[in-house]
Design a protein around this ligand. Structure first.
Ligand SMILES: *[C@@H]1O[C@H](CO)[C@@H](O)[C@H](O)[C@H]1NC(C)=O
Length: 369
């Protein structure tokens, strides 16, 4: 009887104490509730799970530090395999509108802020995110965010992923960006960025992917990029870049994809770039490149795609290209090339369209010489 009484009173008390100890701090909970009140989720009801005092337990997309119970991750992805996304009838694709409330910055132990692929989320990136000292991942891809990249973004010394692609972000790339010494992935593609690529972008020593395509970036390609020894993927396509291709890009050991297409790049293709045997995809299409195609292919050349179309290249198709190990997709069309097309295994599968609209090319797959 006595034991029963004790447990009848003590158990609920104990539960209350435990959940208070293990729950998130009220200020973190409050910051999340303000965030959710400025986002509109008309289809999925994600924020229906954001109820109760403990934001660390079963709040969709929220993770906490197991010891301090501070919120460490806000991860809301509109395109994923998550079953919650199958509710709106279009599996794998979500929609939200509203904006990202600066209340997020009160979560000052945040390591990941991912609010991605919701299409309709607009407004600016809160400037105060630069004061989140532990932030490692800032991924806001696929929304309708406008305004500028926060000027002091370089403060985020632990940042490894900065992905703001597919938004409406304008203004220039802040010069402080080159101070992000831990950055591995930079995604700024498909925005409205103007101005030049910072000349010392090459300071980003840890960077493995730099994706800046489909903006209005102007000026020249910084030769400092050649110092990025871990860079595997460089995409500067569909901008307004001019000047020459820096020969420094030819010395990059792990560079495997180089897309510079649809710019206003001029001069000759540096031999060292074409001879960089690590390159598997090279797209220089739709520029103003001139001179001859360097005759520097060899048995280690292995191109999944080599697109030099729509330039002012002249002279022959280089003989050495027939010694390449593999050329999957070759496009030399819309240039001023002339002469006989080499024979060899890389050419066996190519169609006439690879050589279309040149001055006087001949031989298989075109008419015989
Ligand atoms: C190269 O870039 C051009 C223009 O931006 C594009 O049309 C073409 O499909 C690209 N080539 C390859 C092989 O991806």
């Amino acid at each position: 009887m006595g034991v029963f009484c004790l447990s009848a009173i003590a158990l609920p008390l104990l539960v209350a104490i435990i959940s208070a100890v293990h729950g998130c701090p009220p200020s973190d909970r409050e910051a999340l509730l303000v965030l959710s009140s400025s986002l509109e989720d008309p289809y999925l009801g994600i924020f229906d799970s954001w109820k109760g005092t403990d934001c660390c337990s079963n709040w969709y997309g929220i993770s906490c530090d197991p010891t301090t119970h501070r919120v460490t991750d806000v991860s809301l992805r509109g395109e994923s395999e998550d079953p919650i996304l199958h509710k709106n009838g279009r599996p794998g694709s979500g929609f939200m509108s509203g904006s990202i409330n600066p209340s997020i910055c009160q979560l000052n132990r945040l390591t990941a802020l991912i609010i991605a692929d919701w299409k309709g989320i607009a407004g600016e990136i809160p400037q105060c995110v630069v004061s989140l000292p532990d932030l490692r991942v800032l991924d806001l891809i696929g929304n309708s965010l406008s305004g500028k990249i926060p000027e002091q973004i370089g403060n985020l010394q632990k940042l490894t992923v900065l992905n703001l692609a597919d938004n409406k972000i304008s203004g220039e790339i802040p010069s402080s960006l080159v101070q992000l010494s831990s950055l591995k992935h930079l995604g700024l593609s498909n925005n409205l960025l103007t101005g030049e690529i910072p000349a010392n972008l090459g300071n980003l020593k840890m960077l493995s992917r730099a994706l800046l395509s489909r903006n209005q970036l102007s000026g020249t390609i910084p030769s400092s990029i050649g110092k990025m020894s871990r860079l595997a993927d460089l995409d500067l396509s569909i901008n307004k870049l001019w000047g020459q291709i820096p020969k420094e890009l030819g010395n990059m050991r792990v560079l495997s994809t180089l897309n510079l297409d649809s710019n206003m790049i001029s001069g000759q293709i540096p031999s060292v770039v074409l001879a960089n045997t690590g390159l598997g995809i090279l797209n220089l299409s739709r520029n103003s490149l001139e001179g001859e195609i360097p005759d520097v292919f060899g048995p280690k050349s292995y191109y999944m795609a080599l697109d030099l179309s729509f330039n002012n290249l002249k002279g022959p198709v280089p003989r050495s290209i027939s010694s390449a190990k593999y050329i999957g997709h070759l496009d030399l069309s819309h240039n001023h090339l002339c002469g006989s097309i080499p024979v060899g295994s890389p050419f066996d599968h190519l169609e006439a369209s690879s050589f279309d609209s040149n001055d006087c090319l001949c031989g298989n797959p075109l008419k015989t010489c």
